[in-house]
Design a protein around this ligand. Sequence first.
Ligand code: FES
Ligand code: FE
Length: 353
Amino acid sequence: MVATPVVSPDSVKDYYESLKPFWHPVMPAAELNDVPVAHADLLDTPLAITRLNGELVALSDVCRHFQAQLSLGAVRRVEGHGECLMCPYHGWTYTNDGRCVDIPQMMPGRTIPESARVDSYRVQEMYGLIWVCLADEPARDIPHLPNLGAPGFLPGPLRTYAPWVSSAPRVIMAALDDTHGAWVHNGLVGDRSHPEPPDHRVSRNGWDLVVDFTMWQPNNATIADDEARETLREVAITTTVGIPNTIHFTIRALDSDERVTLIWQAVCPAQYNRTLIFWGSARNYDLDQPAWDPEFEKLQDTLREQDRCVVESQKPWLLPPFWTKVELPMRPADLPLIEYQRWLQELGIVTDI
Ligand code: FES
Ligand code: FE
C-alpha cells in the first residue's frame, strides 16, 4: 500500500508560483455594489478590491504602516489624486497604483517615503466576476466562457459556493471526471446501470482542453422530478477546460426536443487547500417557466454537495505527480483527467510532494 504523502511547504510555494501567471476569479463583481471595498484571497495573497475614480483596483490588503487590513478602511478623496483607499488604523491613504499619498501623522515639511506603498495587481471584470493576475505578465487571457445571455437562452443566477477544502485542480477534475456520475450522482445526472466510461475524445485547442462524448442520463431536469428520473435520455456533451481553472459544458439532448444546457464553473485558488467555486448556467428550453429555476438550482446545489464530500476526502490536497504512483488513473476511463494532469505537470502546477 502507498502511504498518503504529506504536502511540503516547498511544494505549496511552487504551486502558488506556478499559478501566478494566470488570471483567477476572486469574487462576483456584484459584491462591490454593496460595499466600497471588499477582501479576497488569491494564492494566499490577501487582496483589497475596490473601485477608485471609476477604475477597478486590486491592492495588497496589508497596510505598509502596521499591517492592518486596508479592506476594513474606506474610500476618500485626496486633493490631486481623487478617490483613494484609506487604512482604518491611522489613515494612511493609497492611490490605485499602491502609492501612499497621505500620512495624517507626518510632520510638516517631510515627504512621504518612496517605500510607503503596497503592491497593486492586474484586475478585470468579466462574466460577472472580478479576475486578478498576480504576475506582471499574464501567461494567457481570461479563458473564454459561454455567453449565458445568448439569444434563445435563459441565464440562471451566478452562484458562489463556499470554499472547498481542496486544491483548484482537484475541484476542476471533479467536474471533468465523466465516470463518477453513476456513483456519486446516481439518479440525478448519472445512472448506476450505465457505469461504462464514455467514448471520450480528448484534444488540445490553444490553451483549452476539449472533451467530447455522449452518455445516458436520467431524463429529469430537476431534483423534484421523480417520474422523469425513471427514464433515460442520451446527451452529447462537450467539456472545455480553460487551463488551468475554468471548465464549461455544452449539454445537448439527442432526442427530438434538442434541449441545450450551458454550464460554466470558474474556481479561485484562495489557498492551496481552499478553493471557491463560481458557477453559471443557462438553458434554451422552458423559457416561460422561471418558477422552475429554484428546482434547477436545488439540483445543482445537491450535485455540488455530493461532489464536495468526495473531493475533500482526496489527500493530499495538491495533486501528486504521476511518477509518485500515489494514484492509479485508468485508460480509457480516466483519459480526460490524465490529459489535464499531464498539461498541469508541463506547467509546473503539479509539483513534487
Ligand atoms: Fe495602516 Fe497604520 S496600519 S495606517
Ligand atoms: Fe460530480
